[in-house]
Every structure is written in C-alpha cells, then in structure tokens.
Design a protein around this ligand. Structure first.
Ligand code: ACO
Length: 464
C-alpha cells in the first residue's frame, strides 16, 4: 500500500493576456468600485483566439513533466477536470495523450470529469484513490484542471477567467489528504448550467448561485465537523486549521463564505469565537437557514467579526483568483497555489481546509496536511518552480475594447470548423502550446512555441 499519498508537485498556466477590472467597469458603465470592491477582483485573464482549454492543459502538463524531470512513461493515470466542453465525445485527456504517445506510453487510465467547477476535485479524488488502491501499478497519477470562463455581455462577464493546473500524484507527498475528514453536499439545482451546446456561455441565475454555494458550504462544514468529531472525539472549529481555501468565482463570495463559517462556529458555541464576537452574532442565531442566507445585517456583521481571522487564514490564498478571475475547475487549486506562493516556508505541519463547489450542485470540504518534503517534491521547490510573481507581472494588459473584440471573435468561432487562427504566438512564453487550425472535420491542431521564441507557423503537434 502506498503511504502518505497526495500532491507531489503542481504547475499553473494562465494566459498572458488580461484586462484590468477598473477598465472593464468604466467600459461597461458600471459604477466605480463595483467590480473591484463589489466583487473584490483586480484583473481578469482570458484566452485569445490562439489559446483554449486544450492548449493550456498541454502547456501545464508538458511544463510540469519538464520542470520535475518526470519521464512521461512514469505516468499511469491521467484525469482531467473541465466544464469547457469542446467535444461531447472525445475527452481533453485524449488530446493530452499526444505528449505520452510520443514516448511510447499509451497505458494510461482515466478520462475527463465534468460538473461545473467541481470536475477538478472529482479528478483529484479519482487519482488519489487509484494510487491508494490495489489497482495501482507504482507509477504517478496526473490531474489536470482546465477551463476558460467566459460570460455573455452583462453582470456576469467580469467574473470570467482562464487557467490550467497540473498536479502530480503519488506516495510520500508534501501535500497529503486527511481523508477521514471530508464532507460533501450534492443536490439538484439550476443555478448555473450550459444547456445550449452551440454557445460557450452558461445560463446563470447569479443570485441563486450565491445562495446554493453558501448552502452547500454550510452543509459540507456540518458533515466535516461531524466526521472530525466522530474520529477524534473533539469539536472541530476554524481554529483547528491554519488556512481555508475556497472555490473563488470572485473574491467577495470568498469573504462571505469565511464569514459564514465564523457564524456557524458561533451558533455551535465553538471556542474559536470570543465572547464579544458571539454577542454581536447572537441576534442572528434564531434565523432559519433560508432567512440567514438573505439577511444583509448578518452578512455585514459576520464579515466585520471575521475580518482579522480572514486576514490571517484566507487572504494569503486570494492572490491568483483576484488577478486571473474565475478559472472554474482550476479556481480552488489556484487559490491553494497562492497560499504555497505566499507562505511556502511556514506551511510545514499545518492543516489546510479546502472547499470545492460546482454548480448544479456538487461540493466537498476536505482537509490537507502539509509537510516540507524532499526536493524536488518539496513545498518550497513547488513555489519556486511555479514562479507566480513573474508570470503575473509579465502579462499583457488589453484595453476593455480589445478584450471585447477578442471575446466576440471567440464567440463567433465557438463550435466552428474549417478555419486557421492567426498563429500569432508573439505574446506567449516559449514552450507554450497554441491552436493553429480547426479543419473541415473539426479536428484541432496545435503547435508549441519553441524555446528560441520564434512562432512555428503551422508545425503541428501531431505532425500533420
Ligand atoms: N462600489 C462598491 N460595491 C459595489 C458597487 C460600487 N460602486 N456597486 C455594486 N457594489 C456591490 C454590491 O453591493 C454587491 O455587493 P454584495 O455582494 O456585498 O451585496 C456586489 O457589488 C455585486 O453587485 P450586485 O449588483 O449585487 O450583483 P451583480 O448584478 O453585479 O452580479 C454576480 C454579481 C451575481 C456574481 C454576477 O457577476 C454573476 O452572475 N456571476 C456569475 C455566477 C457566479 O459567479 N456565481 C457564484 C457561484 S457559482 C460559480 O462558481 C460559477
């Protein structure tokens, strides 16, 4: 049996193109501060016509393998989480097989998992379970979360984003799972869904999606606490974890979510909440669940009470989600990567709680235990190799007008065939994959920008 199974290494790719939320506010005629303070977002990343979920995941996987010197033959399972459906039959995983086939490795289990932003977590659990199972053949698992989140013109548009994250799974990992402590909530809801397959844009009931998220959070926390208490004989409270990482559609919802856990702890009379805070929250303790989700005073007071704890336990996780936006399946793991980036030297021995939410709805709260680990699979090395600051700083800011033009072109191209892209990879870093063509049979072709930086202009990954 493999021991201490978990995440050995992580890699994140987000597009080098972004738009400032302040510029979008002005462009959309929104009141000043609506996207920056109201949503809590700074900037939004997006794909141009040469990038998509497949190119981003090709880049994330090949970069991880190269940077950690992992031979593609050492991968025995590959799972992808994504809700950006490009093909209703052919999985994104099979596109990624191009990297492995070249090296003679076609013996790789796993396909795609899809349920809104939750698919990445399902993929991660599948891979961890495989390594822990009697089917494990001693090789690594690889998980990829990849999404491009774009919305139709309107209030949801500033809550987009795009990224791909690759995670290497195996034994003796620096990031391990406390699998006994896990709470899930799965139910039927129409809060955000994509019934129109001709469009990349979801149908969103924005307000309902916020309530569904918070209801799922409450339910998962209740289950999580019950399992913790059953297993350890002790009450769980927010004091028992160093950090809380949330799926982040936009930062304001993360602030509200942590405040909700503080309120839950105060109702449970947990030791994490001091007397003064309990007094402030007491008037709301008799509200029914439904009333409490809509109560603006509770929202305000609980956020005030939670602020110092939020700054300590959540704020270090918010960098990439605030800068890149909602990356759907990758959002939660981008928040976790922000924590590794900000605090890598202080994390050994700490417990981190993650909350994964996917509309529809599916959610799990789970617990990770962090250990420094041995280089190259150590927390400090993962943070160094990901080089988040440089990647964020070297992005190219588009004006809001140019962003909208780009989105409009993508909208027109979505689901289309028989076109070649501009093949302009000048904004992409060397080693980045990009889309060159979709032929008359809807077959997609990609090229990789070589290390010397020149665009290949048509040299395709599969050699066509
Ligand atoms: N300055 C500061 N704050 C402002 C300003 C301003 N000028 N104007 C508005 N605000 C605040 C509002 O008070 C509100 O704050 P609150 O949340 O504390 O009440 C916030 O900005 C948002 O404004 P609203 O008018 O309430 O909402 P909006 O119509 O902009 O819609 C929403 C926001 C629902 C998030 C929308 O962008 C959306 O539908 N996004 C996609 C769905 C989504 O992300 N759902 C979350 C979970 S599901 C998932 O992950 C996909």
């Amino acid at each position: 049996m493999a021991k201490n199974v978990g995440i050995l290494a992580m890699h994140i790719y987000f597009p080098p193109t972004c738009v400032q939320q302040e510029a979008l506010e002005a462009h959309d005629g929104a009141s000043k501060g609506k996207y920056t303070i109201g949503h809590g977002q700074d900037c939004m990343g997006f794909c141009t016509e040469v990038e998509d979920v497949i190119s981003m995941s090709l880049t994330a996987v090949s970069s991880l393998l190269e940077k950690y010197n992992v031979d593609p033959k050492q991968i025995g399972r590959l799972e992808v989480g994504s809700e950006t459906v490009i093909d209703r039959s052919k999985s994104i995983k099979t596109f990624l097989m191009q990297i492995f086939e070249k090296c003679g490795n076609t013996d790789i289990e796993g396909v795609d998992s899809t349920n809104a932003c939750y698919g990445g977590t399902a993929a991660l659990f599948n891979c961890v379970n495989w390594v822990e199972s009697c089917s494990w053949d001693g090789r690594y698992g690889l998980v990829v979360c990849t999404d491009s989140s774009v919305y139709a013109e309107g209030p949801a548009r500033p809550t987009g984003g795009a990224a791909a994250i690759a995670m290497l799974i195996g034994p003796d990992a620096p990031i391990t799972f406390e699998s006994k402590f896990r709470g899930s909530h799965m139910s039927h809801a129409y809060d955000f869904y994509k019934p129109n397959l001709a469009s990349e844009y979801p149908v969103v009931d924005g307000k309902l999606s916020q309530t569904c998220y918070l209801m799922a959070l409450d339910s998962c926390y209740k289950q999580f606490c019950a399992k913790y208490e059953k297993s350890t004989g002790k009450q769980f409270s927010i004091s028992d974890a160093a950090y809380f990482v949330f799926h982040s559609p936009y930062n304001k919802l993360v602030q509200k979510s942590f405040a909700r856990l503080v309120f839950d702890d105060s109702v449970r009379n947990a030791s994490s909440i001091d007397e003064a805070a309990k007094e402030k929250l007491a008037p709301f303790s008799t509200l029914s669940g439904d009333e409490s989700y809509q109560n603006r005073d509770l929202e305000k007071v609980s956020q005030q009470v939670a602020k110092p704890l939020y700054d300590a336990k959540v704020q270090p996780t918010t960098l990439i989600p605030k800068q890149v936006g909602n990356m759907y399946t990758a959002s939660l793991y981008a928040a976790f990567i922000s924590l590794l980036h900000n605090k890598s030297s202080e994390l050994a021995g700490k417990r981190v709680i993650l909350f994964s939410y996917g509309s529809g709805s599916t959610a799990t709260m789970f617990s990770l235990k962090l250990h420094e680990g041995q280089k190259p699979f150590s927390l400090s090395n993962i943070a160094t190799v990901m080089n988040v600051s440089t990647k964020l700083k070297s992005r190219h800011e588009f004006s809001a007008v140019k962003f909208v033009e780009t989105i409009n072109l993508m909208e027109h191209r979505y689901g289309g065939k028989d076109f070649v892209t501009s093949k302009d990879c000048s904004l992409l870093a060397p080693g980045t994959y990009y889309l060159t063509e979709v032929d008359s049979m809807y077959r997609r072709f990609y090229a990789k920008k070589p290390v010397d930086g020149a665009c290949e202009n048509g040299s395709l990954v599969n050699g066509h």
